[in-house]
Design a protein around this ligand. Structure first.
Ligand SMILES: NC(=O)c1ccc[n+]([C@@H]2O[C@H](COP(=O)([O-])OP(=O)(O)OC[C@H]3O[C@@H](n4cnc5c(N)ncnc54)[C@H](O)[C@@H]3O)[C@@H](O)[C@H]2O)c1
Ligand SMILES: [Zn+2]
Length: 363
């Protein structure tokens, strides 16, 4: 088990990663709170509540349900939860435990940040994506109509508990989708984590906690380090967007229905690997290793049928730049990325064509 310290603007908190992480709740000063509420999905909570409550040493908690799925990240659901909290007499000293994936974390974190002008929350992430990414750093959000994460706040957790065993009940596809984000962290981190992924990735299983822990902890550290240096995304935090530029455009072009988020990021990683090569920034050998690792993880939903003329205009534009430039995060080698906003449209379109030609089966 490893503990990482995160510095947020107002306080520091621990991110605890590894088998037995839930037990750390016993050391947390719960007695300072008037009541404890768990926000989760019903089936997920029913599957894990016995183990969680026992290990965490919790006796009585009140539970609030959210339906699984991205659609729950809405103002309507947020309002319903706030009304339920009020009905059950939650006050400013209540604590919310957010037990779930990124949807529960983003929605519950947003609720925690505005209910009675803010109550404390603890993240207990239950997906790989939430463990290595969304539970750390304090970003919360809900969607407005089709616009993802339009409304949100910064509201870091008081504690994050990432237990690898809980990933054992994830669907194979959700697990793999999270692994692509882990690959992204490997590219950002450098040869050590990347090499470890190359050795173990295809044999990693979601129900083998000990083995998972060896990649989980370093992947969490990548996010923690970035957040510690740049909590509010002044510049450095943008490196976490590696693979997300093409990724977001693909998600939007397909109405968020075809890809799980990590799958779109996987295509995005392949895309920037091609773009880096075309721009002469990324050596062939490193590009090959990135492609190989992403492709080894398994088949991705197809992109060869998508019209580039529809996808490319959806590339997210840098809000701070003039003339709607796209800000790219391009790998220069494994362990080093560069942010650029001068990639030519021709090179970008060519890189996209390259990945469309790859087909969706692993090589
Ligand atoms: N705040 C941030 O910094 C940040 C960063 C990245 C992503 N996000 C957000 O995270 C969300 C995606 O998160 P996600 O991929 O965790 O999605 P999710 O929360 O929808 O979970 C994916 C699926 O797994 C199920 N599930 C969760 N834990 C399980 C378990 N242990 N066993 C079985 N099933 C389980 C859920 O019911 C759901 O069907 C998006 O809304 C995205 O915008 C936020
Ligand atoms: Zn992501």
């Amino acid at each position: 088990m490893e503990t990482f310290r995160v510095q947020s603007r107002e306080f520091e908190y621990n991110v605890i990663v590894g088998t037995g992480a839930w037990r750390s709740l016993r050391d947390f000063p719960l007695h300072g709170y008037s009541s404890v509420f768990v926000i989760s999905e019903e089936a997920l909570w029913c599957r894990w509540k016995g183990e969680f409550l026992k290990e965490a040493g919790l006796r009585r908690v009140q539970t609030l349900w959210v339906r699984p799925g991205e659609r729950s990240k809405s103002l309507r659901v947020m309002q319903r939860l706030a009304a339920e909290l009020l009905l059950r007499q939650a006050d400013r000293r209540s604590l919310l435990i957010l037990f779930g994936g990124g949807v529960i974390g983003d929605l519950g974190g947003f609720l925690a940040s505005i209910y009675m002008r803010g109550v404390d929350c603890i993240h207990v992430p239950t997906t790989l994506l939430a463990q290595v990414d969304s539970s750390i750093g304090g970003k919360t959000a809900v969607n407005l109509g089709a616009t993802k994460n339009l409304i949100g706040t910064f509201h870091p957790a008081r504690l994050v508990l990432s237990e690898p065993r809980v990933l054992g009940s994830l669907s194979r596809r959700d697990f793999r989708s999270g692994l692509y984000e882990v690959v992204k962290h490997g590219i950002l981190d450098g040869p050590e984590l990347f090499g470890r992924l190359e050795q173990s990735l295809s044999s990693l299983r979601r129900d083998l906690a000990e083995e998972l822990e060896t990649i989980l902890a370093p992947a969490v550290k990548v996010k923690v380090d970035v957040v510690n240096r740049d909590e509010r995304e002044a510049g450095l935090r943008a490196v976490l967007n590696l693979g997300h530029t093409f990724g977001h455009a693909l998600e939007e072009a397909t109405g968020y229905r075809r890809f799980l988020h990590g799958e779109a990021v996987a295509w995005g990683l392949l895309g920037v690997s091609r773009l880096g090569r075309r721009l002469g920034l990324l050596p062939e050998s490193d590009a090959g290793r990135i492609d190989e690792l992403v492709r080894r993880l398994g088949p991705l939903p197809r992109i060869d049928d998508l019209d580039a003329r529809r996808v490319l205009p959806l590339l997210p534009q840098d809000k701070k730049a003039v003339a709607g430039k796209v800000r790219w995060v391009i790998p220069e080698r494994i362990g080093k990325v560069r942010q650029i906003s001068e990639a030519s449209g021709v090179a970008v379109a060519a890189a996209f064509r390259d990945i469309q030609k790859m087909g969706n089966d692993p090589t």
